[in-house]
Structures are given as structure tokens and as C-alpha cells.
Design a protein around this ligand. Sequence first.
Ligand code: SF4
Ligand code: SF4
Length: 326
Amino acid sequence: MSQIEYSPTFQERLSTGDLELRRKSPRSLQVNVGKLCNLACVHCHVNAGPARKELMTRSTIDRVLSWFESTPSIDTVDLTGGAPEMNPEFRYFVSESRAIRPEATIIDRCNLTILVEPGYEDLIEFLVENRVEVVASMPCYQPENVDQQRGDGVFDASIVALRRLNRAGYGTGGDLRLNLVYNPLGAQLPPDQSELEADYKEALRDHFGIRFDRLFTITNMPIARFLTQLKREGKSASYHQLLVDSFNPASIDGLMCRDTVSVDWEGRVFDCDFNQMLGLPLGDRPNRYLWELDPKELPGSSIALGEHCYGCTAGAGSSCGGALTD
Ligand code: SF4
Ligand code: SF4
């Protein structure tokens, strides 16, 4: 957990602005199906990697699915990891979710490179069949920057994967949505989302013939592997100060913790993926499993806040769906 002391604290900052963060009815079920990943990126807030063993089991998935079925307000199932596709039960989870709620948005948070790994050749076909939205990390449209953050060869593999997705109908303006995720390389805030999206679209189209739907800019959270990097570079205090100084009250209404329920690979429930990583239980109450949670309790209930929350409220705001304000 972050060792840095913030002044004012996030809670104090909310109080000064007469702002309150409370939950609404849940709309998104974000499930981390495991920490196994074929990459080990420097900014990864999950500390995922090829040696991780944590994977959600079929029996836990069945309990999560049954909660989803009994919670009609949930219209989005958002699968993350690690590389979620590396969980042997990934396809079961997706197809059962689709069967339970045919019109739901099902998201695969994909690192792209997994789509070109041996053994995953038919993955795109499966995603098409199940109308899965692909949200893919692409921290830059220049090879050196991507390889620096994610590892050698990742850029080229990502380009191959994006072309395959386009060929399958993804990112071409139809129902098969392909959204890209940008996060800064170092200790700065993301640039303006719509301007960067226009740059990405032009560069990827002109250089590689690639199309996509939306670009989401996401702020790097000062936790886990990225915090270690900041400390190593002596930038931890200045990055934290940047986040505090850039607090934007207009971001509060759209914060993802207001309508998202985040679940870890064992079925425990959190306010968001970052709190999950920090072990901060939902609403600051003792740890509970998703299946112990009555969704009717959620509207109006409190959210477990910490100083890392400044990462979501800095600048244009940041969430799994990108910037929160124009
Ligand atoms: S691809 Fe995603 S989950 Fe895997 S190491 Fe990189 S940031 Fe972490
Ligand atoms: S870190 Fe989590 S709890 Fe804090 S503001 Fe962001 S989404 Fe909400």
C-alpha cells in the first residue's frame, strides 16, 4: 500500500468541497478472473505475470454467475486479469453470461498479444460469436514506447492482433466494439482524450491500416508495480503532489466505484479493481464474498476511499472507461 502521506487527505478534500461519494445501483460487474498473464508490464497495478497461479475456479464462477442472474440492474460483465483469456474457464464464463443476459455488454480486457499466442488461434472467433467487446491496452502508437512499458516485441504482436480483430469485423463501426486504452509512460497525467484519440486514429490508420472505435485515457495509479517504479526513479512525491493539485470535483459523479462491483479471483467483493489490489474491502467493512452481498443494500452505501483515489479524480478524471469529464 502507498506509504506517501497526502495533504489534504482525499476524504478531507471531499469534505472541503462539500462532496460525497456514495454508491448507486450496481450496473457493472467487474471480475478479475486471475493474475496469470503472458506479460509483466511496468505499470501493472495487479502485479500480474507468467508465474502467477491465482485463477478463478469453475465453482467460484458459478456462484458469481448466479449472483449476476439475480441482479437485473447489472448490464455489463467486465472480465479482467491478468490476461483473462488465460483462465481455462474464460470461455465458460463468457458464454454463460451471454446466455443469462443476452443483451448485456460483455467486456474482455485484452492485452492483444494473447490473441497471437499459440493455443489461442480461435479466440477471436469465439469473441465474435459471443459479441464480446474488446478493450485493449495500447499505451502508444510508437513501437519504442510500447516495448519500453510492456516488453520487447509487444508492439509488433499488438499490431498483428489488431489487424486480425479488424479482419473479423472489430473496430469498424459496427456491433463488434474495439476500444483501446492509453496510459502515460511515466509520472504524468494523460493528455486530452479526444485529441489523443484523433492522433491514434490517424497514426494507426496511416501506418498500419488499423481501425478502432474509442480511445480511453487512464491515469496510472500510484500503487503496486507503478509505485515501485516511481520510488526507484525518485518521482513518488512529485507524482502524488501532481495528483493532489489536479483534483477535479467534476470527476466525482462518474467515478466507477459508484456503480461497479469488483470481484477478485476468489469471489471477494471490492469497490473497484484498485481497492481489490490494496485489499480494501467494500465500503470499508469486513471482507465479504459476492454471493453474501444483497445488491439492494448498495444504493446509498459508503465506498472505501484512500489516498490512491486522487488518481481517479486528477485532471479529466479516470476510470476503466477512460476520462470522466470533457
Ligand atoms: S497485460 Fe495487463 S494484466 Fe498483464 S502485466 Fe500488463 S498490465 Fe498487467
Ligand atoms: S480508487 Fe476506486 S474507490 Fe477510489 S475513487 Fe477510484 S474507483 Fe473510486
